[in-house]
Design a protein around this ligand. Structure first.
Ligand code: HOZ
Length: 446
């Protein structure tokens, strides 16, 4: 009789690659959450991906619910996207000069987001939000910004205050190296409390340049806005002459073709985008109505630039992705909704049957299971989730071939390539994981 390979045997090549990486990169990674510190175990090194599946260096296969942290809404290596990138690459990979490909993608974005009349492409979500803040300050001539605890808007200095994502995962309150002076004009308030925003405007009248918000938070796990909350933010900002920035890096083209602003019917002044608009290549964007975008150089005095901005390969991948989403819009978003609902409910029910308290949040195809009874509506409630249970859940799932974000404070995503078979297999894996839950021993990485 052959015995089941142990975790160490199953992950031998990934383990070796991790040891090599640790000599080269801090924590062996180029982005902190990938190190699996919060969940323990070795991170699988990925060699290829197709559709809903990832394959690691030891040929283990996983159903993927990370989707490269959001971009892969069509699944991995989608044939239309791959072909568009290959075609673009044959004509050169970067020119540092204007191309028609930039306009192709921009027109698709503007059509989907009526609040955007002009935009600027950058290479990451961090650049997009950092530039949006600079733009809001330039436009209003004001200093303060309001952000929300547990929201993450990339790693620009003034935004690394009570941030979610890796900062929350690692339990770092802010970041070393960010000067008090750089963060002094950032007001971090609890998400979903309009009263606190009202108080801030009363305290700093006509001094707040912008409210920046993830309209559906993904970076403290998935946390939806309370009924009427986004509309209230819109009113409060307008009343004081501040701008409202929707950080739709995660939600844009994800929870609806026109993002959260379409789904909730709220028009922000500035929108930031990333992830899906790059179809898996590095792209970010910030956009607004003409009057605001006139501030951006070379038209106006707000400076921002980038060597790889509007990169032709990235534009091709983004355009192919958005074209496909636009063409099959009705079908894609309704299947994403249906499959995500099935998955989230199925896994929550499996937990309940095993007597494990789980509170799930979901908006369309982004979702999170928190290990607690109470509803998660802000950072305070999110931070009460039992992260040891989450780590056990994560490890049990990965051992059963299901790849979830290695942090309680990152949303999971479903793609159009996931099948009902994938969903059923994932629920079954959760059932078995929860059944073995009590006996599992959690050993976080040192
Ligand atoms: N902060 C990213 C998601 N919220 C994680 C990016 C990564 O590790 O690739």
């Amino acid at each position: 009789m052959t015995s089941k390979p142990s975790q160490n045997e199953r992950m031998r090549k990934s383990r070796d690659l991790q040891l090599r990486a640790e000599k080269l990169f801090p924590g062996g990674v180029n982005s902190p959450v990938r190190a699996f510190r919060a969940v323990g175990g070795d991170p699988p090194f990925i060699v290829r991906a197709r559709g809903s599946k990832l394959c690691d260096a030891d040929e283990n296969e996983y159903i993927d619910y990370v989707g490269s942290w959001g971009p892969m809404i069509l699944g991995h290596a989608d044939p239309e996207v791959t072909e568009a990138v290959q075609r673009a690459a044959q004509n050169g990979t970067s020119f540092g000069a204007s191309t028609a490909a930039e306009a192709e993608l921009a027109e698709l974005v503007i059509e989907a987001f009526p609040s955007i009349e002009k935009l600027r492409f950058v290479s990451s979500g961090t650049e997009a939000t950092m530039s949006a803040i600079r733009l809001a300050r330039a436009f209003t001539g004001r200093k303060y910004i309001i952000k929300f605890e547990g929201c993450y808007h990339g790693h620009a200095d003034s935004l690394l205050v009570k941030a979610g994502s890796g900062v929350a995962t690692l339990g770092i309150p802010g970041s070393a190296g960010v000067l008090e002076e750089q963060a002094q004009f950032t007001l971090a308030l609890p998400f979903n409390s309009a009263a606190r925003v009202e108080e801030a405007f009363a305290r700093y009248p006509e001094q707040i340049a912008a409210i920046i918000v993830e309209p559906v938070v993904g970076n403290m796990g998935c946390v939806p806005p309370a009924e009427g909350y986004l509309k209230k933010l819109r009113q409060l900002a307008a009343k004081d002459g501040a701008l409202l920035i929707f950080d739709e890096v995660m939600t844009g083209f994800r929870i609806a073709f026109g993002g959260a602003q379409e789904l909730y019917g709220v028009k922000p002044d500035i929108t930031t985008l990333g992830k899906i608009i790059g179809g898996g290549l590095p792209v970010g964007a910030y956009g607004a109505r003409e009057e605001i975008m006139q501030m951006v150089a070379p038209l106006g005095p707000m400076y921002q630039a980038g060597t790889l901005s509007g990169n032709p390969l990235a534009m091709a991948a983004g355009t192919a992705t958005l074209r496909r989403l636009k063409r099959d819009r009705l079908k894609i978003y309704s299947v994403l909704e249906e499959n995500s609902a099935k998955l989230v409910q199925g896994i929550s029910e499996s937990a309940q049957k095993s007597g494990i308290e789980v509170s799930a949040n979901r908006v369309g195809s982004m979702f999170t299971w928190f290990f607690q009874q109470e509803e998660v509506r802000d950072w305070d409630t999110a931070s009460r989730s039992n992260t040891t249970s989450f780590a056990q859940f994560h490890r049990g799932m990965i051992e059963r071939g299901i790849y979830l974000p290695p942090s309680q404070y990152e949303a999971a995503f479903l793609s159009a390539a996931h099948t009902t078979g994938d969903i059923e297999q994932s629920i079954e894996a959760a059932r078995n994981t929860f059944a073995s839950f009590q006996s599992a021993i959690f050993t976080p990485n040192p």
